[in-house]
Write a protein that binds this ligand. Structure first.
Ligand SMILES: Cc1cc2nc3c(=O)[nH]c(=O)nc-3n(C[C@H](O)[C@H](O)[C@H](O)COP(=O)(O)OP(=O)(O)OC[C@H]3O[C@@H](n4cnc5c(N)ncnc54)[C@H](O)[C@@H]3O)c2cc1C
Ligand code: FES
Length: 261
């Protein structure tokens, strides 16, 4: 474990912030979909670490970037940190996305901070494919411009219709499948649990390849407390078993996601 000195901590949009840490070890080894467990140093000492997906790394300046939304005490305290402050960073933790094969077109399906969590994988993919981005409203649509700058075809759905198509992000799927018919596709997803279950069901039914990041409440972050379990498919009577999101995931093959009976 090494402290991460903050290089910058700036507002991205509305309640979303981008924080960049100097951390050579994590910058050298992290893959997209992994996370860091952050001890926010201006919070009371007894409070738990907070998990954040690694948004980006840069081996040239040894930086690790996280994009976060202020939702409570920890993230509020984090938003008040300044360049030169530091936090303890544990990571990179968990299983990330598999590197996208050169002959495959990636399709990233994101909700909430999901677009931040998949950016590194999107950046490292040889072929730039599609971003399907869903949000409640325009204020929660983030990083579509960053994906577009990489060359991604970004498609947006908002529940209230304030940006893009009105509806759920999964409603964008049929058009994507039509537009990319005959291509070898790989779906990667991160977002709210109900969205991921709905998407997993669609991908399983259509026999499409995919990897899904199932984020859960976390305590230790390293596999020892079982506080973060999620249901995955199993060859037993009930057809599911628990897996640890922090250690066995957070990224799982779509065929392992338990979508219910
Ligand atoms: C693997 C993983 C990766 C994550 N990556 C990111 C990221 O890249 N960017 C980002 O903004 N957030 C991310 N999160 C969520 C982030 O960890 C929480 O938002 C954060 O811990 C909240 O801390 P807090 O003290 O501000 O809020 P708290 O005061 O602890 O909680 C405030 C509110 O947030 C909700 N909440 C807190 N933690 C979670 C959680 N794990 N899942 C669902 N709801 C939660 C609570 O229900 C509560 O309503 C990730 C979570 C996991 C498990
Ligand atoms: S958070 Fe402790 S096992 Fe996952």
């Amino acid at each position: 474990m090494q402290p991460g000195t903050i290089i910058e901590n700036t507002n991205l949009k509305g309640g979303y912030y981008r924080i960049r840490f100097f951390h050579p070890d994590i910058a050298a080894t992290a893959v997209g979909g992994q996370f860091v467990h952050v001890k926010i140093n201006n919070l009371e000492a007894h409070l738990l670490r907070r998990p954040f997906s690694i948004h980006n790394t840069d081996k040239n300046d040894n930086s690790v970037t996280v994009v976060y939304k202020v939702v409570g005490e920890g993230t509020l305290a984090m938003s008040q940190l300044k360049a030169g402050d530091s936090c303890d960073l544990l990571g990179p933790l968990g299983v990330g996305y598999t590197q996208i094969a050169d002959d495959t077109i990636p399709v990233f399906v994101a909700g909430g901070y999901g677009s931040a969590a998949m950016y590194l994988t999107a950046k490292n993919a040889k072929q730039k494919g599609v971003l399907m981005l869903g949000a409640r409203t325009e204020a929660d649509v983030i990083l579509n411009d960053a994906y577009e700058a990489l060359g991604y075809d970004s498609r947006i759905a908002t529940n209230d219709g304030s940006l893009g198509k009105k509806g759920f992000v999964t409603e964008l799927l049929d058009d994507v499948l039509k537009d990319y018919a005959g291509k070898k596709l790989m779906f990667c997803a991160c977002g709210p649990h109900p969205m991921l279950i709905a998407l997993s069901k669609l991908l399983q039914d259509k026999k499409l390849a995919g990897e899904i990041s199932l984020d859960s409440w976390m305590c230790c972050g390293v596999g020892s407390c079982f506080g973060c379990v999620v249901k995955v498919n199993a060859d037993n009577e009930q057809h599911w078993r628990y897996a640890r999101s922090c250690k066995d995931g957070p990224v799982f093959n779509v065929n392992d996601i338990y979508v219910g009976e």
